[in-house]
Design a protein. Structure first.
Length: 307
């Protein structure tokens, strides 16, 4: 964020915008391990999700108060708030899928956003995916299957409820990434992300009324998890996406945000000492390779069009 403010939008290079989106994906990948820790501490889905969005939204608004802002009409404010709905729904749908699916299967369904974003780009922008992008997506999907441990450990049984919730989470996540790159591009990123997260918070509070959080001991207990999850799951990703997505598009954006799965695997190994098999590490390497392939092709095309 500070790098962005110092250099200014016009001076940033394509790879720097891509890096910000990549980091935003990494932030999402850091969530699952600490959600598991919160669950093991006895907190419920509604308590974890509610505290995450409440504290994350407060954090981004604290930054927004001291950042550059633009006067917006009510219609533009409403558009940005509505655009934050998929942000809130993604967490809700994904947590529902985890209730009936093994975690490795649930994350595979969520991971389908890598091709849905390219589909959106084709449908709405009429941009036909290049062969390089198709190859990159193929590598990412194969890598995700390996990294999630489907082959080495088995993924558990399918349930239609979990499958539907998982696919919904992929659709809403792709929608949020798409909206981050298209809605109100000239709005300052901090202000834009603050309104995005507010829309997500309203959505979560409607679906999960914060009755448990009104109990002070419960709130104080879940607050450390909520602060961590709020920072990395609510405050930072919308901000980073608001800066980077308009300059790289939803197609490459969804490829770059695939960074979340390698981060999730690495943290589960380091923080909660989960066993990670050789095939899972191979999957992590494939995902990172797929991201590099997609990014190199994109940067090459940008240079060709600029020359």
């Amino acid at each position: 964020m500070y790098f962005y403010r110092m250099k200014g939008v016009g001076e940033m290079k394509t790879w720097q915008y891509a890096l910000l989106v990549f980091i935003g994906g990494c932030c999402y990948g850091a969530l699952s391990t600490f959600v598991k820790l919160a669950y093991s501490a006895g907190f419920t889905v509604s308590e974890v999700t509610g505290s995450q969005f409440l504290l994350g939204t407060l954090m981004i608004w604290m930054v927004a108060l001291f950042s550059k802002k633009k006067k917006l009409s009510l219609s533009k404010i409403g558009k940005l708030l509505i655009s934050g709905i998929p942000l809130g729904l993604t967490g809700v749908f994904y947590y529902h899928s985890l209730q009936t699916l093994h975690a490795s299967l649930a994350i595979i369904f969520l991971f389908q956003f890598v091709w849905i974003g390219t589909l959106f780009e084709w449908l709405f922008y009429k941009i036909t995916p290049t062969m390089g992008k198709v190859v990159s997506i193929g590598i990412l999907i194969i890598g995700s299957i390996l990294a999630a441990g489907i082959i080495s450990e088995g993924g558990g049984e399918f349930t239609w409820q979990g499958t539907v919730w998982g696919l919904f989470s992929a659709l809403t996540y792709s929608t949020f990434i798409f909206l981050s790159s298209t809605v109100e591009k000239d709005t300052p990123p901090v202000q834009k992300s603050a309104l995005f997260t507010t829309g997500g918070l309203i959505t979560v509070l409607i679906l999960f009324p914060p009755t448990e959080l009104l109990n002070l001991p419960v709130f104080m207990g879940v607050a450390p998890y909520g602060l961590y999850l709020g920072l990395l799951g609510v405050a930072l990703p919308p901000l980073l996406f608001s800066i980077g997505m308009p300059h790289i598009g939803p197609g490459l954006g969804t490829i770059l945000t695939a960074s979340e799965l390698p981060v999730a695997v690495i943290l589960s190994s380091l923080v909660i000492a989960e066993h990670v098999s050789l095939s899972q590490w191979l999957g992590v390497a494939l995902i990172l390779g797929g991201i590099v392939v997609g990014n190199v092709k994109f940067v090459s095309l940008k240079r060709e069009s600029a020359s």
